[in-house]
Write a new protein. Structure first.
Length: 509
């Protein structure tokens, strides 16, 4: 344990005024060491032995640098020599943090002060040691943490909340109150909290809270929703993130932050509108080009059929009837009709000439990816009920095409819910196995206004739409994609609590 020399007369012969000095030295509450000019400890009281981790008089005869961390020892020896050249009462460190090395090798934060003392014409140094108050360190760390948190709050414009799940009261800072238009002295309860949430988002916000307090879940409360001020008819978008704390299997509190994301949402909606307009324009151009191609291929046969028709009409109108000419004209009509059909078949074959590349897919993952895409496109304002069958066999399908069908069906549901202004909008997506068949069944249903009888009969027709800005190709394309992947897509005509679509896909096995 470092250098040590034999203390000959210092301790055994009591050169410091007899046993009274030693008793007085030991009685001092503060840790004290008496060090000679050579740098060796000649006396250590009980408090110093306890602080440094040594028993009895183990410190006596030990070089003082043994209590100094290795990286500082050479510097300390030079400092000690300088001190004995001009001894005076003073603290060590000059404001810097000092470290004391105990017997187990642990470094302890310490305050150290020095006082010269002469005993029987011999110079010693009285070293006073005190460990830095751990409570003070914790308070300092807490204060620094609070300062960093304040800076983060200022930079992010975030508000803090602490929900007491027992009393259902919410303790919040000034920024949180500002976002909810609450007064400083107003008590916020969960009831008032949810009452301020936009009616169309309230169910989703409540579901996030219920999920957080569920002891079998992760306790995370995450949601994006609108809060509305009834008086001014103004609203703002809020992002909330919190963590629940449990005690005895029940949620005790939820602590978290809220941020105003109104500008981001406005930008997202603007970008989504641009994407929708671009997609509509693209679909229109595809339809125009396809129609032009069909018209080009059919124009010549139709012109010929018209000419043959006129010849047949004249032949039948003449007296006597020219049967040979009429027969020849009708034969020409038949040939041109067959030619037109052949051209149309060639064109459709060209448009569909790419084979569908399929692979074994986890359908549950495809559904989750489609939900992420739909929400990223601005279709997120609904409460989701996801019913996925565990251990579902892999399906054989094209991932991109199935994902497109799912996104289209989700978008249709959200747009119907928006148009009907359903306050508690909900979409359920279920994936399961079809009994006695090697097929999977996906069901997408909502609690919207539903589909009328007249509409259901035509809903998969190309260019049929009930939307003011719709083009009427989404469902017809979706059905074609599902059929190309070996499945079927249909709408439930008897579902009366909204709209319900189903499609099947074959298992890979």
């Amino acid at each position: 344990m470092g250098n040590k020399k034999t203390i000959t007369a210092h301790v055994s012969n009591e050169p410091f005024g007899g046993g009274n000095f030693r008793k007085l030295f030991d009685a001092v509450v503060d840790a004290m060491l008496l060090v000679d000019e050579s740098g060796y400890i000649v006396l250590a009281n009980s408090a110093a032995q306890y602080l440094c981790g040594y028993a009895n008089d183990a410190l006596c005869g030990m070089e003082i640098e043994t209590l100094v961390p290795h990286r500082f020892r050479e510097h300390h020896r030079r400092y000690r020599a300088m001190y004995y050249a001009h001894p005076r009462k003073r603290p060590m460190g000059n404001g810097r943090d000092l470290m004391l090395l105990n017997r187990s090798g642990e470094e302890i934060d310490a305050d150290i002060s020095l006082s010269p003392i002469t005993i029987k014409e011999q110079l010693y140094t009285l070293v006073m040691l005190s460990a830095v108050d751990r409570c003070y360190q914790v308070e300092n760390a807490l204060r620094e943490s609070e300062e960093r948190l304040w800076l983060i709050k200022q930079a992010a414009g975030a508000g803090l909340f602490d929900i007491d799940c027992i009393s259902e009261r919410i303790y919040c800072d000034e920024r949180m109150r500002e976002l909810w238009w609450n007064k400083a002295d107003e008590i916020i309860t969960l009831e008032k909290f949810f009452a301020a949430v936009h009616p169309n988002d309230r169910a989703r916000c409540r579901a996030a809270f219920d999920n957080a307090v569920n002891p079998v879940k992760e306790g995370i409360c995450r949601a994006e929703f609108r809060v509305a001020q009834a008086a001014g008819h103004t609203e703002r978008w809020i992002a909330m993130l919190g963590q629940a704390q449990f005690e005895g299997g029940a949620a005790k509190r939820i602590v978290g932050i809220v941020r105003d994301i109104t500008e981001r949402k406005i930008l997202e909606q603007s970008l989504q509108q641009q994407r929708n307009e671009t997609e509509t324009l693209f679909n229109q151009q595809v339809a125009v080009i396809t129609a032009s191609a069909i018209a080009h291929e059919l124009n010549s046969p139709l012109t010929a059929i018209s000419a043959y028709g006129e010849v047949a009409q004249r032949a039948l109108s003449s007296t006597p009837i020219d049967c040979d000419q009429a027969k020849e004209a009708f034969q020409g009509c038949v040939e041109q009709v067959q030619h037109a059909g052949s051209k149309l078949k060639e064109l459709l074959s060209f448009l569909q000439n790419s084979e569908v590349e399929t692979e074994a897919l986890n359908l549950n993952h495809v559904v989750e990816d489609a939900l992420t895409q739909a929400r990223g496109d601005g279709y997120a304002e609904f409460h989701l009920a996801l019913e996925l069958e565990s251990d579902l066999p892999a399906v054989m399908a094209n991932k991109i095409q199935i994902q497109r069908v799912l996104v289209n069906l989700i978008r249709n549901s959200v747009e119907a819910l928006r148009a009907a202004e359903i306050s508690a909008s909900e979409i359920t997506i279920a994936v399961k196995t079809v009994a006695n068949e090697s097929m999977s069944l996906v069901t997408i249903k909502d609690n919207g206004p539903g589909i009328g009888r007249d509409t259901i009969s035509r809903i998969f027709e190309p260019f049929f739409t009930t939307k003011p800005t719709g083009f009427g190709v989404g469902l017809s394309i979706s059905r074609a994609l599902i059929e190309a992947n070996g499945g079927q897509l249909w709408v439930d005509p008897d579902y009366r609590q909204g709209a319900q679509f189903h499609f099947t896909l074959p298992f890979a096995s």
